[in-house]
Ligand binder design. Structure first.
Ligand code: GDP
Length: 225
């Protein structure tokens, strides 16, 4: 049999190369960038504000200025997607972007720059701890770090969260255009040596788009889109 019956009863060739040889047009069912239609959905400061916990979601975490917003925009091939999460007041909110229905990218604000009261900070930390401990939809964490300053305390915390939950983590060593290929490879090897089980790493640049396909594939794979 040359094709698969879909829910709609359509068929498409399972082997595009073979179909080409027979001059058939292979029908591509997925867009080249499965994340390209990602759009802002909502922000949550309390558990009640979270979307229903029945989909799949990937958290993007990173220290302030690591290049997280740029990475989110680059991976989704959009210009201003993650700007929303930088508006004042959003520093203590999980910002949800919907990739397709029920599949989310979650922007976790960079640590430490919000000047807030002790009570508010305690609330936020409690919320985050509960979210990471209990959120069923959470299927992976992308840890964004400047390649020149990798594996700082915040990054290690995130990797620990992932390891404690048995979740995969993927490190983006961003701004790799700022250093040469040799140092890139050296840093990547050093970082990989220190990663816990189920954690991976790659070099990345929003400037030159180096590593974008790899990052996109990891995230799309986790989300199953
Ligand atoms: P965030 O605070 O982690 O969201 O960081 P941003 O994405 O806002 O980036 C912080 C700064 O680093 C901005 O000036 C960006 O233009 C710059 N930046 C981000 N990614 C890259 C990159 O891959 N290469 C270079 N050269 N600069 C970058």
């Amino acid at each position: 049999m040359d094709g698969i019956a879909t829910a709609e009863g359509l068929r498409w060739p399972t082997d595009p190369a073979r179909a080409m040889m027979r001059h058939e047009q292979p029908i591509m069912t997925k867009s080249a960038n499965a994340l390209a239609r990602t759009a802002y959905l909502a922000a949550a400061h309390t558990p009640q504000q979270l979307p229903p916990d029945d989909g799949r979601e990937v958290v993007f975490a990173g220290r302030s200025n690591a290049g997280k917003s740029s990475a989110l925009n680059t991976i989704c091939n959009q210009n201003a997607l993650a700007r929303t999460s930088k508006t004042p007041g959003r520093t203590q909110q999980l910002v949800f972007f919907e990739v397709v229905k029920g599949k989310y990218l979650v922007d976790l604000p960079g640590y430490g720059y919000a000047k807030v009261s002790k009570d508010l900070r305690a609330h936020w930390q409690g919320f985050l701890n509960d979210y990471f401990r209990t959120r069923v939809a959470l299927c992976g964490i992308v840890v964004v770090m400047d390649i020149r300053h990798p594996l700082r305390e915040f990054d290690l915390d995130m990797l620990r969260f992932a390891a404690d939950r048995g979740l995969p983590a993927h490190c983006l060593l961003t701004k790799c255009d700022k250093i040469g290929r040799g140092p890139q490879a050296q840093t990547l090897a050093l970082v990989r040596k220190q990663l816990p089980e189920r954690a991976t790493a790659q070099v990345f640049s929003s400037e030159t788009k180096q590593g974008v396909d790899e990052a996109r594939a990891v995230v799309a794979g986790w989300l199953e889109v």
